[in-house]
Design a protein around this ligand. Structure first.
Ligand SMILES: N[C@@H](CCC(=O)N[C@@H](CS)C(=O)NCC(=O)O)C(=O)O
Length: 217
């Protein structure tokens, strides 16, 4: 690795984490290079815990700053290079954007975890949480019946930050999800999952703790 590459920001990430996925999606979409350190959640590197004691991923390490929230990493990426004007779309109605993010990261994610990982919570409440998560999913379907993408006529920031979570919701029971009356969401999710961008962000990386090798992402 060249000296220049060694100076790149470091992104601690976990391939299947939807928060890390959305950060990687925007970083890749905006052509920003970072050094990726793939983490195992059950065996996090000490240096990650040292710089970010809460030790969730993603975490981005800059020379003079540590960014610990996926959305802040996204906003940092957009401040570096934003060829698709995604920051403008995000800030156009800041309250509505924040409301969308909160309902996704808090409400929906809460029900998603209790549905997808029901054995870790209250297994008997699995379907109740699926139904509650569906209220949010149906809002997406409703939006997509009015515009091609969640961000408008083109795919954009609202799609990238939320589709990784919709993917997780589907994975909990793909047959059931595919049988739901969600024609627009099914279409957009499939396109997203088949996109080159998604494939690039989901490339398997060796575990950094085992190899010590930073990978240019
Ligand atoms: N609010 C954080 C949430 C990140 C998060 O919860 N990531 C999960 C993985 S999907 C995590 O690192 N959990 C820590 C663990 O499981 O030990 C963000 O937006 O970055």
């Amino acid at each position: 690795m060249s000296k220049l590459e060694q100076k790149k920001p470091i992104l601690y990430s976990f391939r299947r984490c939807p928060f890390a996925m959305r950060a990687r999606l925007i970083i890749k979409k905006c052509n920003i290079n970072v050094l990726l350190r793939e983490v195992e959640l059950r065996d996090k590197p000490d240096c990650l815990i040292a710089i970010s004691p809460k030790a969730t991923v993603p975490v981005l390490v800059l020379p003079n700053q540590v960014i610990e929230q996926s959305m802040d990493i996204i906003l940092w990426a957009l401040s570096c290079n934003d060829p698709y004007n995604m920051k403008e779309a995000w800030l156009e109605d800041k309250d509505a954007s924040q409301h969308f993010l909160n309902s996704l990261d808090n409400e929906f994610k809460n029900h998603l975890d209790r549905y997808k990982y029901s054995s870790r919570y209250e297994p008997q409440d699995k379907i109740m949480h699926r139904n509650l998560a569906m209220l949010w999913i149906e809002k997406l379907e409703n939006k997509l019946s009015k515009s091609a993408h969640l961000s408008g006529s083109d795919i954009g920031i609202f799609d990238y930050i939320s589709l990784p979570f919709v993917r997780q919701f589907r994975i909990a029971d793909p047959e059931w999800f595919d049988s739901c009356n969600l024609p627009n969401l099914h279409k957009r999710l499939s396109e997203f999952l088949e996109s080159k961008l998604f494939m690039q962000t989901m490339k398997k990386m060796p575990i950094w703790k085992k190899t010590g090798q930073d990978i240019v992402f």
